[in-house]
Write a protein that binds this ligand. Structure first.
Ligand SMILES: Nc1ncnc2c1ncn2[C@@H]1O[C@H](COP(=O)(O)OP(=O)(O)OP(=O)(O)O)[C@@H](O)[C@H]1O
Ligand SMILES: [Mg+2]
Length: 1020
């Protein structure tokens, strides 16, 4: 080769190397050797001429390729771009231009190719310099040189490739380089080079329309995640949100959530999906930082994941290297997983990377947010839990948390199948684990040894139960305790103290409560600040208070609460804390007592929100041993305070055992007698609700006696009304009447609610005693009063009672209107008991207007609701009404079975209703041809004094016996005296029912008349 055009100084240190090569030169020599010789001269001249104006040093040529060294990458790139442009206009011999390999090609904006096509590659590094002993020329050797040669080799004629490292040095100088077009091509495996090299294509703007086939080397996968994502349950919405945010240009997203919530599972799944879309030219890179502790660790983990070769250096230096390497990747998605323990390093690091690599986006998982500008936070919620009302296998198995349990249980025990019987247990397990994926997996793993029920029962010792047998689990996630330990250890000592103390709350708490109850050791600390810190570390949850606009409510996942509670117990001194908690909530309850008894919507909501805290006050008090006057007082006060909430939302059973314990303890101490009487009354009413009439009466009578002795006439008045209700349910209408009369005689002390309660119950008793007509005015008055005091629960109740009376009086359509209002109000106020009543009565009325299908829908819902709420009377009545509904639709067998269960439930809780449905039962049995059973039934019933003395039941009994007469008329020989007699009986009974006096009228009677009249016609 010729001597060098210009003996430049060979650069040292960091050097940019360019290799060039003519595409298809072997073929061109074959086809037009003469033209080729001239062409080669032109080529060499141009390359060297352009080199003259740069600092480039021609190292050597080999065949037709050049190796040139530049002290600066920008010069190297400028030279390459110039060469590409100048070659186009060179005086190529026509012979050459006639060969397809060197022919002229045009694009939309002019010439694209003409003459020899030269591939060029640029790389930068620190090669070793060496003197060639023969020529005295400086040469370069080392890994970097090999990479540079391979970079050039990877391209096509007319293409200029830059390694990621070279790009990192010119990325900021595009303006100076004449704004060339840049394309990120990806990461490639170059022959003999261990790690993948990112490559970019640069072209002069004028040649931007050149398009090349894929590079002549294998592309490295654009990510380190499997393209087939692993299994994931649910999370559709979160995946969608991530996609949306990135498409909106978000560059930093933090997925936040406590340990084991499923952050890693979500991001790795998302990463795989994104990888598969091929939208990230720079790839999708998952970096697991669990084990990293220093800045250097972080860089090495990320470097390894991205396949970036890091030179040695301190943390800051490595951060820079990685940032530049990332910028060479173009738009890359970097997932930094599990970094809550690295928060002293990560924010600053990310800030630099965001600047250095402007096309990269970062997806981060952490229990704590990074607090960086532009950060978007996705607060990961637990997996979906089964709806509270879901009881069937089908409904339960739909919930995400249950699906995870079942899937993992199957992995533990191949034969695992969720059954109808076990589904509610699994629902309970996942609820108690708050839908936290890790906890559910650990519980499900236990199915290899334990049954579902055993797992449920052992959850109270969750930390012992929930450890994994899996060897591959990350140590931190091998046990539930381990997962929480991890977060605990990242807290400072005051945060630990406050978190432990937060376990005193149940069912959430307000900031105000936190301030009143929590006290960090050093006293002076800012509780709110610490609570806020705990919140940002995912250890406390925060949300809007239900029904309290603008109020923030804090809470804890149950597993964290139990953990914190164990930590609190270790400190051994929680008495003062428990005392502050009790004081705070009892003070609140005292304030609410008036308005909540009056059913004020606000007050009821507050009680509803704080139910768990009041129960906790009670439980803490009951647990103190030996009981003291103070502890018993707390327990009783809490229970009395809770009454309106329990009455509205149930279940009644929740306070009964506690009332028993508290009253028993009170018996051994001289407790405040007014409070005691109130608690007895509360328990009496609770028993009444569950249908245990005898004990209800006993408690109410005792309460009354105390109040009498205390001269508390107003309070006594209420108890008298309660006693009248008990007597009414016992079927003792006279006693009920006496009590209510007595109540009417006592003062209300301006308590309008009490007036409403009294007159309302006067109405109901009147209805039983003398029929709907007498009742309706009282019921109207009660309704108006309850509306005036704003007691929604009772307003709903008395809308029901009024509707019932109006319905009895035969104005069914009007009644349906009231009931629909009642149901809407109950639903709006979240009152489940109100809903049950409204639906029950709607069911009855709809039956009356011949809409049995709709009636059934309501009634079936009532059975379910009443069962959940422990309302036996309502459940029994709903069953009975269902019996009536099926009777109308002709399904006698089903009707019989409903009526049977109705009578057996009601026999213990409401004699009147039990008798009513027993009459129906006998009639259905007769209609089904079970004459002996029916006869036995009727004759037993006819002896019951309650039937003889109750006009409604009496008339019903008379009419229903017609079902037996009917059968007999049909069985007798046609035209016989027997047949005539029986038919006459039927006729008479129907006639009497048609003309029944008002107090004996009922929808039952009308319903049966409608059924029996056509039967009579078939006989005549
Ligand atoms: N949606 C899901 N579907 C299936 N499995 C899940 C799901 N979410 C979480 N898991 C499983 O639950 C366990 C805990 O989840 P993961 O490790 O993602 O939680 P994490 O929030 O990253 O926890 P940590 O804070 O401890 O890192 C893992 O075994 C994971 O596979
Ligand atoms: Mg994780």
């Amino acid at each position: 080769m010729n001597a060098l055009a210009r003996p430049m100084e060979a650069p040292s240190g960091t050097v940019a190397l360019v290799f060039t090569d003519i595409q298809g030169s072997t073929l061109l020599w074959e086809r037009c050797s003469a033209g080729m010789r001239a062409a080669l001269d032109i080529h060499d001249r141009i390359l060297r001429a352009l080199l003259m104006s740069t600092s480039g040093y021609e190292v050597k040529t080999q065949g037709d390729s050049f190796m040139v060294a530049f002290p600066a990458v920008a010069d190297a790139v400028r030279w390459c771009l110039d060469v590409q442009e100048v070659l186009l206009d060179a005086p190529w011999p026509q012979e050459l231009l006639d060969c397809p390999e060197a022919a002229e090609e045009r694009g939309p904006r002019g010439l694209l190719y003409r003459g020899l096509r030269v591939r060029m590659g640029v790389h930068v590094g620190e090669p070793e310099r060496r003197m060639d002993a023969r020529t005295g020329q400086i040469d370069y050797v080392g890994r970097m040189v090999n990479v540079a040669a391979r970079v050039a080799d990877a391209g096509h004629g007319g293409q200029v490739l830059l390694s990621g490292a070279a790009w990192a040095q010119v990325a900021g100088m595009l303006e100076r380089l004449g704004r060339p077009s840049v394309r990120v091509l990806g990461n490639f495996r170059l022959k003999g080079i261990s790690e993948p090299i990112p490559l970019l294509e640069l072209l002069p703007l004028s040649l931007a329309d050149r398009h090349f086939e894929s590079l002549r080397v294998r592309e490295e996968r654009r990510g380190n995640l499997p393209e087939e994502p692993g299994d994931i349950i649910g999370r559709e919405e979160e995946l969608e949100t991530l996609r949306l945010w990135l498409s909106e240009g978000a560059r930093l997203i933090t997925i936040m959530g406590p340990g084991g919530m499923g952050k890693t599972r979500l991001v790795t799944h998302f990463g795989s999906l994104e990888l598969a879309t091929r939208a990230w030219e720079g790839g999708v890179w998952w970096c697991d930082l669990t084990e990293a502790t220093t800045l250097e660790d972080i860089c090495h983990v990320v470097g390894q994941a991205l396949g970036v070769h890091l030179n040695s250096g301190a943390g800051e230096e490595l951060v820079g290297q990685l940032g530049r390497a990332l910028s060479g990747r173009g738009n890359a998605l970097v997932i930094l997983d599990n970094l809550e323990h690295l928060l002293q390093h990560v924010p600053a690091t990310l800030r630099r990377w965001l600047v250095l690599a402007p096309q990269a986006s970062f997806l981060v998982t952490s229990q704590e947010s990074l607090r960086l500008a532009g950060e978007r936070i996705l607060d990961l919620a637990p997996l979906g839990l089964p709806h509270e009302e879901a009881h069937s296998l089908e409904a339960i198995s739909r919930a995400e948390a249950v699906r995870l349990f079942v899937r993992r249980a199957r992995e533990a025990r191949g034969s695992f199948e969720l059954t109808e019987a076990e589904a509610p247990l699994v629902a309970d397990i996942v609820r108690r684990l708050d839908g936290i994926a890790l906890a559910i997996e650990l519980a499900a793993a236990r199915t290899s040894l334990l049954g579902v029920r055993q797992i449920r029962d052992r959850l109270s010792k969750r930390f012992e139960l929930l450890r994994s047998g899996q060897r591959d689990a990350v140590a931190r996630q091998a046990t539930l305790r381990g997962a929480i330990d991890w977060s605990w250890n990242l807290l400072d000592i005051t945060e630990q103290t406050v978190l432990a103390q937060c376990s005193v709350f149940r069912g959430g708490f307000t900031l105000e409560a936190a301030e009143a109850v929590l006290s960090p050791e050093s006293g002076e600390l800012d509780v709110l600040g610490i609570v806020q810190a705990l919140r940002s570390k995912s250890l406390l949850r925060a949300g809007a208070s239900e029904g309290m606009p603008g109020e923030l409510r804090l809470g804890m996942y149950e597993s964290i609460r139990e953990y914190a509670s164990a930590r609190l117990a270790e400190t051994g001194d929680s008495q003062a804390l428990i005392g502050r908690h009790a004081e705070h909530y009892l003070a609140m309850a005292r304030e609410l007592r008036g308005p909540a008894r009056g059913g004020g919507v606000e007050a009821l909501r507050r009680l509803m929100l704080e139910r768990e805290n009041l129960l906790a006050v009670c439980d803490h008090a009951l647990a103190s041993w030996p009981p003291t006057q103070e502890s018993v007082k707390r327990a009783l006060e809490a229970l009395v305070a809770l009454e309106p909430d329990i009455a509205s939302r149930g279940p009644v059973g929740i306070t009964l055992p506690r009332l028993d314990r508290a009253l028993e303890q009170a018996g051994t101490l001289s407790a405040d007698s007014l409070l005691l009487a109130e608690a007895l009354a509360v328990r009496g009413r609770a028993y009444l609700e569950t249908g245990q009439l005898a004990v209800a009466r006993r408690d109410l009578e005792r309460a009354r006696a105390s109040l009498l002795a205390l001269g508390e006439a107003v309070r006594e008045k209420r108890i008298l009304v309660d006693l009248s209700i008990v007597a009414r349910h016992e079927g003792n209408v006279e006693a009920s009447w006496r009590f209510i009369q007595e109540a009417c005689g006592l003062p209300s002390g301006k308590d309008r609610w009490l007036d409403a309660y009294t007159v309302g119950n006067l109405g109901i008793t009147e209805q039983v005693r003398s029929g709907a007509g007498a009742a309706i005015p009282h019921l109207h008055e009660a309704l108006a009063l309850f509306r005036a005091v704003g007691d929604l629960t009772f307003e709903v109740l008395f809308l029901n009672n009024l509707a019932l009376a109006i319905g009895e009086a035969g104005r069914t359509a009007e009644a349906v209107g009231f009931l629909e209002e009642a149901l809407a109000k109950a639903l709006g106020a979240g009152s489940r008991s109100g809903q049950a009543f409204a639906r029950l009565n709607l069911g009855c009325c709809l039956l009356d207007v011949d809409r049995p299908a709709e009636a059934c829908e309501h009634l079936e819902a009532v059975v379910e609701l009443a069962r959940q709420l422990g309302m036996r009377i309502v459940e029994g009545c709903a069953r009975g009404e269902l019996g009536r509904a099926f009777l109308v639709s002709g399904a006698l067998e089903v009707a019989e079975s409903h009526l049977m269960s109705a009578t057996s439930i009601l026999a213990q809780v409401s004699r009147w209703h039990a008798l009513r449905f027993a009459l129906h039962l006998a009639a259905v049995q007769a209609s089904r041809g079970e004459v002996p059973e029916a006869r036995r039934g009727f004759s037993a019933l006819s002896r019951a004094p309650e039937i003889k003395n109750d006009p409604v039941l009496r008339e019903l009994a008379v009419l229903l016996y017609a079902t037996v007469d009917l059968i007999e008329a049909r069985a007798a020989a046609p035209g016989s005296a027997e047949a005539e007699r029986s038919r006459g009986e039927v006729r008479q009974r129907l006639e009497r029912a048609r003309n029944v006096p008002l107090e004996g009228a009922s929808s039952d009677l009308r319903g049966w008349l409608r059924l029996l009249e056509p039967e009579l016609r078939t006989l005549e």
